[in-house]
Design a protein around this ligand. Structure first.
Ligand code: SF4
Length: 755
């Protein structure tokens, strides 16, 4: 499982020269983000200045991480690339496919039986191609990466949008689709538009009930789910230094919720402490030797307005605990205002469940602070009003927390300890009664709270908070409970107050674990056989997508005009569909079933232009495909926000959708569409969205001269015989246009291998 200290030393050895060259090229002091970007240029030549928000740049990431749900498609693609072994250190983590129902032991046994075929596939592909494999129950990918692989100043990509969590250890860690991961594992450069930079200056110090989670809940309230798009967020200031490494991870983790490319912090003593506590003293020593390169140049933080595109300042001493939600992670409400807001908006005050865990908040410190609140409930004679569920972040955290009595504290409150896995955070929560779709409230320490995300119930109002606030609110059973000012009545009828949480940043007796759950790959995997049954309903080998036909694309039917929020969860739902993530045809039966049809305000009900009847989106699209007719999907703002799952791009591609035309895209999804050979287009004039009618047939003109920066033309043929035209923008560069022409990026890699 060992991280590669030689690789890290090699990265650091290049730092001095490359950073000096970059400083000269941009002719000013450098932010930390720029240092990491310029030291990871694919060609190693840091003498050119790149324009933020404009230049497409090739990078050489140090690592790749994949979780079980996305790894299936990433590795099915990698198998097509024809390489004998991965080119950079890579790992697979089995964490998404494990249901939370009865508790860790039983749930894990069920998962390893139910998903045996998938876990065996991932283990054997990993073994064959030199990929480290973390077994089911080993932990959540981002916690395991933070504990084992993240390092200050490094760059990694991961097939999960919360890969950004590793920013807590000073990395630039970025969520990508499986196709990007496939490229990097195949030894190719990874392309990213040079990001804009947002600086967040943290002054003061967290105190009382306020936690690192509240920093990002506040930032999400300021920037909204779109505010970080195309940007990297760099946190700095005395307040940043005063926080733990895992707390910084929490903040970076939810950078995904503001659409940021990633977030990071400069190297400091909290990171050194964490590295040493997780058996990586040699990484800490290596980082100490290049310390000045692992943070911004001093002038930057002295005058941040000069060096960042946007600067936000937050005084931690004055920051209040927050609850964000329901249904969106950027609806931020300070705890003192919750009563008023909940009453005004009709949010149910009675809290049914408090869930602590997810990659956002499942560190030892998180559990210890939440346990300090739980302990008080027992000691002060309080009866917990809501149910409790806990998902530790890793086996190392779980084992240590059990040894130190933290888990017993939770079970004293009748909490269920679920597997070290995603569980309720990814809809793998077999919640009793969820099918009744009753209006109810839950609080959790996760990052996402879109409708249906946790339990599949569209009427579950989920609020995101720190683990310690989740514990307090679950004990009170009241969403409007403010532990700073309010009291609770105990079993003797006395009014008692909960004291502010306390906890250990790192375990006092050190981390411990018996079996962390790691399986090293074979030194030579050439004889390892990867078996995929042709009759499997979980796994399906991929066939290449067809190349572009070389002409304009005419006669596309409108599949759906999606209204409002359309995340990757709406495009390719998780929950019960997770099991088909390795089978493109089967999972395509969830295509856009969560998207709201503009014309009837219904989900999964669109007009089939061949029959004039309304039907489910996937079935309608299969009809078009069977008739040899292409289609187009139209969407609203920030289409494809949420996760990095490329299924949201591969499914429409597989079923014959040719283009997605929206007001704006979330970055990862836009790239995923391009990689799969789709057309990802945006309205030049957003009002043209209104011109799209339900019975439209649409042509896309200008593809024979498809070129960077040159808009394409869309022609709408309305059912009444009239016609309208407008222009659509795209952000394809030359390489990406090559992907479109070839029918997908993988076709180009394969061709390169064959030549
Ligand atoms: Fe797992 Fe939830 Fe984290 Fe995604 S956000 S990796 S589902 S815990």
């Amino acid at each position: 499982m060992a991280f590669d200290i030689d690789m890290i030393k090699k990265v650091y050895a290049q730092y001095g020269e490359r950073i000096a060259a970059a400083r000269k090229a941009v002719d000013r002091p450098l932010t930390l983000t720029e240092k990491i970007l310029y030291t990871h240029l694919w060609d190693g030549n840091a003498t050119q200045r790149y324009e933020r928000g404009a230049s497409y740049v090739d990078f050489a990431p140090d690592r790749v991480a994949m979780q079980d749900a996305t790894a299936q498609m990433a590795l099915l693609q990698f198998m097509q690339a024809g390489r004998p072994r991965v080119a950079v250190p890579s790992t697979v983590h089995c964490d998404h496919l494990i249901r939370a129902k009865e508790g860790a032991e039983k749930d894990l046994a069920v998962a390893t039986t139910e998903s045996k075929e998938v876990f065996d596939f991932l283990a054997s592909v990993s073994n064959k191609y030199g990929i480290g494999f973390w077994k089911p129950g080993a932990g959540i990918i981002h916690q395991v990466v933070l504990e084992n692989y993240a390092f200050p100043g490094g760059m990694m990509i991961g097939t999960d949008s919360h890969t950004v969590n590793a920013g807590g250890l000073g990395m630039l860690a970025i969520g990508v689709g499986g196709a990007d991961a496939c490229d990097v594992m195949a030894g190719l450069p990874w392309e990213l538009k040079f990001p804009k930079l947002i600086g967040v200056k943290l002054t003061g110090k967290l105190n009382g009930w306020t936690a690192p989670k509240d920093v990002i809940l506040k930032v999400a309230g300021i920037l909204t789910v779109k505010g970080g798009t195309g940007c990297i967020v760099e946190y700095f200031g005395e307040g940043a230094k005063s926080m733990s490494c895992t707390g910084k991870g929490t903040i970076c983790n939810m950078g995904a919720e503001i659409g940021a490319t990633t977030s990071t912090f400069g190297y400091d003593e909290s990171m050194e402490r964490y590295l040493r506590a997780t058996n990586r003293a040699d990484v800490a020593d290596a980082a100490n030797a290049v310390k000045e390169h692992l943070t911004a140049d001093p002038e930057v933080y002295a005058n941040p307005e000069q060096y960042f595109d946007q600067v936000i300042e937050i005084n931690l001493s004055e920051l209040e605990p927050h609850l964000n939600g329901p249904f969106t992670p950027d609806l931020a409400t300070p705890v003192s205002k919750m009563k008023e807001e909940a009453e005004k908006n009709g949010w149910p005050l009675k809290v049914e469940w408090g869930l602590i865990g997810s990659c956002t908040n499942s560190s030892y410190e998180d559990l210890s602070r939440a346990a300090s609140v739980a302990r008080q409930a027992v000691e002060k004679g309080l009866v917990t009003k809501a149910e409790f569920g806990i998902n530790p972040g890793s086996e190392q955290v779980r084992y240590t927390a059990e040894r130190d009595g933290l888990l017993d504290t939770f079970t004293d409150l009748d909490a269920t300890i679920f597997t070290n896995a995603c569980g309720p955070c990814i809809g793998m929560w077999a919640r009793v009664g969820a099918e009744k779709a009753e209006k109810n409230t839950i609080v959790h320490s996760f990052n996402r709270n879109f409708a249906k995300r946790a339990d599949g119930n569209p009427n579950t109002y989920a609020f995101v908070a720190s683990p310690e606030l989740v514990a307090a609110i679950a004990i009170s059973g009241d969403l409007s409970f403010n532990p700073i000012t309010d009291t609770l009545v105990n079993d003797k009828g006395e009014s008692v107050r909960l004291d502010p949480p306390s906890g250990d940043e790192l375990p006092q007796k050190g981390f411990d674990v018996e079996d962390a759950g790691y399986q090293a790959p074979a030194q030579d995997g050439s004889s390892v056989v990867v078996a995929v049954s042709p009759t499997s309903d979980r796994l399906q080998l991929l066939d290449p997508f067809p190349a572009w036909e070389g002409t304009d694309i005419n006669g596309l039917k409108l599949l759906i005009k999606a209204k409002g929020k359309c995340t990757t969860d709406h495009i390719s739902m998780a929950g019960p569909w997770l099991k088909y993530r390795g089978h493109l045809d089967n999972i395509s039966n969830n295509l856009l079933i969560g998207a709201v049809n503009f014309f009837n305000d219904k989900t999964d009900s669109v007009k089939n232009q061949l029959t004039n009847e309304y039907g489910p989106v996937p079935a309608t699209q299969r009809d078009y495909k069977a008739a040899g007719i292409g289609s187009i999907v139209v969407g609203d703002e920030n289409y494809g926000e949420g996760s990095s799952r490329e299924h949201a791009a591969m499914e429409p591609r597989h079923l014959g959708v040719r283009a997605v035309l929206v007001k704006s895209f979330a970055r990862i999804h836009e790239t995923n569409l391009k990689k799969q050979g789709m057309l990802a287009l945006t309205f030049v004039n957003k009002d043209d969205y209104t011109k799209i009618l339900e019975d439209d047939t649409i042509d896309i003109i200008g593809l024979t001269e498809f070129a960077p920066g040159k808009p394409l033309t869309l022609v709408l043929h309305h059912a009444d015989g009239s016609e309208e035209r407008f222009e659509a923008n795209h952000s394809y560069n030359d390489q990406q246009i090559g992907w479109f022409r070839a029918g997908g990026a993988l076709n180009i890699i394969r061709r390169g291998q064959a030549s």
